[in-house]
Design a protein around this ligand. Sequence first.
Ligand code: CP
Ligand code: NVA
Length: 304
Amino acid sequence: MNTRHFLTLLDLTPQELQGVLDRALVLKKMHYDGEIYEPLKNKVLGMIFEKSSTRTRVSFESGMAQFGGSAIFLSPRDTQLGRGEPIEDSARVISRMVDVVMIRTFAHEIIERFARFSRVPVINALTDAHHPCQLLADLQTFVEHRGPLKGKTFAWIGDGNNMCNSYIHAAHQLDFQLKIACPYGFEPDPELLETYSRNVELVKTADDAARDAHLIATDVWTSMGQESEQSIRKRRFSMYQINPRLMDLADPEALFMHCLPAHRGEEISEDMLDDPRAVVWDEAENRLHAQKALLEFLVTGAKS
Ligand code: CP
Ligand code: NVA
């Protein structure tokens, strides 16, 4: 049997992705109803974190506990990974002891190398290039509030970063339109834009992207690992703040999402998270439910 990984949203077919999203809603209801469901009893998730995290760590650990399994937190500070043991060797060893691995790291190529040598499914919990788990939660949240994705228009405003790249993949896989507005020099990879041009359009200003959108999403201006660029980024991104005035250009039913952590006064105005159109707390919670659906799919091979 071929081991399935989740390194980007392209690793699942559109039908499989839709299945995981549908299943996430079912698992959420079961959790709210207090139903005990332990499909991963005695299973172990290895969690390798080379960058900080709140939501990702808590959601994966809680998800495994709720599923009857357990999770091991591994940081480079306390493992041989931090002392230069090759990724390939670490993958061979760790994947003989656990049932699934989750990795948050820098270069996307690191997780690809790990996956190549892993006996068990590998999940991308954020690389410099992609953040597919966050997209599962974002898509689940949209569907929960507004129904099917197909035919909707989303706006990505801000940095053409890992989140933006995963939004591009999502637009392609689930067939919605995505308008992207970034400052000059901070656009996503032109090859991605070209490949997915049927669903994705780069526009000039934040207003252009926001107009009539059903969802406006953004992220920090300075991602983890880019801290030295913080002051220049603050200047270059100042026209790309999301605030209630910008939201007013969107569809009357529009939602606002941010993967968090957020910086009030930078990529969002001080009052944006208090706006009724913001669904960021549901979005954060759905990391738990969406990743449980993903874990179930990858580990048990359940037909989602
Ligand atoms: N959105 C997200 O991935 O949050 P953390 O960095 O806290 O995991
Ligand atoms: N783009 C951000 C997302 C954090 C969840 C980063 O990579 O730091």
